[in-house]
Design a protein around this ligand. Structure first.
Ligand SMILES: *Cc1c(COP(=O)(O)O)cnc(C)c1O
Length: 370
């Protein structure tokens, strides 16, 4: 079965092998050297002043950003499950909340943010997804962050990059915290969360708050290549192995291939009569809206050995999402679009003629030559 869900993503063989070594004690020079290497490479990937690794799923990093960077009132962007989650965390942590709500295919607009900031001048932090995985939507985070900073440079901009870090180059100029998770674009098993931080964010964190998610104590320890509590040693070994894989061709090549694959998949599926759901699609996944979404997904699983994701909440049975994150062999992506065309033929919607795989190959190679 090909795993093509937008998280978890498949873990490369070399990485699984690296993680199969005997358990290391985390308080040893041996592990500190491994941690140091992972930390340096993570800082380079982020292009930010500071970073921390946490033993938690991505949501733990989201929560620690709310705890440590929002003192009073947060503005959150809810255009899907994960934006909604930021709002729920803000409430659960006892901070005040202003939420801008959008349909799951619609990106946040600067106009709305302008209005929200004007109405609530005491907002001290903005929480937004770069790629909102619920509908495969790309928010214009860089433009929004730049606008927010122009209004008030003290407002902390927290970007959830769980399906964006490792997918595309992110302009972090106006971003204070950038969250990543192991099981999406970084192709690791779940359980490791990462946050890139600006020096202003580090200042804002100060002494930190909370206990497990106190970012001040983590920063202090991690600058010395250790962690406040037991480190997820296996996942950090895996992170180095992923960087080794990525380094074989380089980060730029990973970004270029991901972008080409997303474009080629979109062209292939549009050519066989399918419709893209978000008005501004993210590169992390391809999301199709279709009345037969569930039937197509079931056929893919039962007949063509491909596991793709469906929709949640009001989009259950109405969309399907195909992963584009990570190192994906081209032939696998071609198999997926071809399988979708065959499923459409099974459903009597078109006669199979290989249009999808033809388009995919054409667009993919054209894009990479640019
Ligand atoms: C998966 C995901 C999360 C949640 O991460 P968990 O590791 O499941 O806690 C948050 N934000 C986005 C955009 C995601 O795709």
């Amino acid at each position: 079965m090909l795993l093509f869900t937008p998280g978890p993503t498949p873990v490369p063989e070399s990485v699984r092998q690296a993680m199969a070594t005997p358990t290391l004690h985390h308080r040893t020079p041996e592990f500190e050297a491994i941690f140091k290497k992972a930390r340096e490479r993570l800082l380079k990937l982020y292009g930010m002043d500071e970073c921390v690794m946490l033993a938690s799923s991505g949501t733990g990093a989201m929560q620690s950003c709310v705890l440590n960077l929002c003192k009073r009132k947060a503005l959150t962007i809810n255009a899907g499950k994960f934006g909604e989650r930021f709002g729920k965390i803000v409430k659960a942590m006892g901070r005040e909340l202003v939420e801008l709500k959008y349909e799951w295919n619609t990106p946040a607009s600067i106009e709305d943010i302008k209005e929200a900031l004007a109405q609530s001048p005491d907002i001290d932090s903005l929480f937004i997804q770069i790629s909102e995985s619920a509908g495969g939507l790309r928010h214009p985070v860089e433009e929004i962050a730049s606008y927010v900073k122009s209004v008030n440079s003290d407002i902390m901009v927290i970007a959830d990059g769980i399906t964006a870090v490792g997918v595309e180059k992110i302009d972090v100029t106006n971003i204070d915290a950038l969250v990543a998770g192991s099981q999406k674009a970084l192709m690791l098993p779940p359980g490791l969360a990462m946050i890139g931080l600006s020096s202003s964010a580090v200042k804002r964190i100060g002494e930190g708050v909370d206990y497990y998610f106190n970012l001040a104590s983590e920063i202090k320890k991690q600058q010395k290549n250790t962690t406040a509590y037991t480190a997820p040693t296996t996942l950090i070994i895996g992170l180095n192995a992923i960087f080794d894989e990525i380094d074989k061709e380089g980060l730029e090549s990973l970004y270029a291939k991901t972008s080409a694959r997303a474009k080629a998949t979109q062209s292939a599926l549009e050519a066989i009569g399918l419709n893209i759901y978000p008005t501004t699609p993210a590169k992390s996944m391809t999301t199709i809206i279709d009345d037969d979404a569930e039937a197509i997904r079931k056929l893919l699983k039962s007949k063509y050995e491909v596991n793709i994701a469906g929709g949640q909440d009001h989009l259950k049975g109405k969309i399907f999402r195909i992963n584009q994150m990570g190192l994906i062999p081209v032939y696998e992506s071609v198999w997926v679009v071809n399988a979708i065309e065959m499923a459409l033929a099974d459903l009597g919607r078109r006669i199979f003629d290989g249009t999808a795989s033809k388009l995919f190959n054409e667009v993919y190679f054209y894009e990479l030559k640019q």
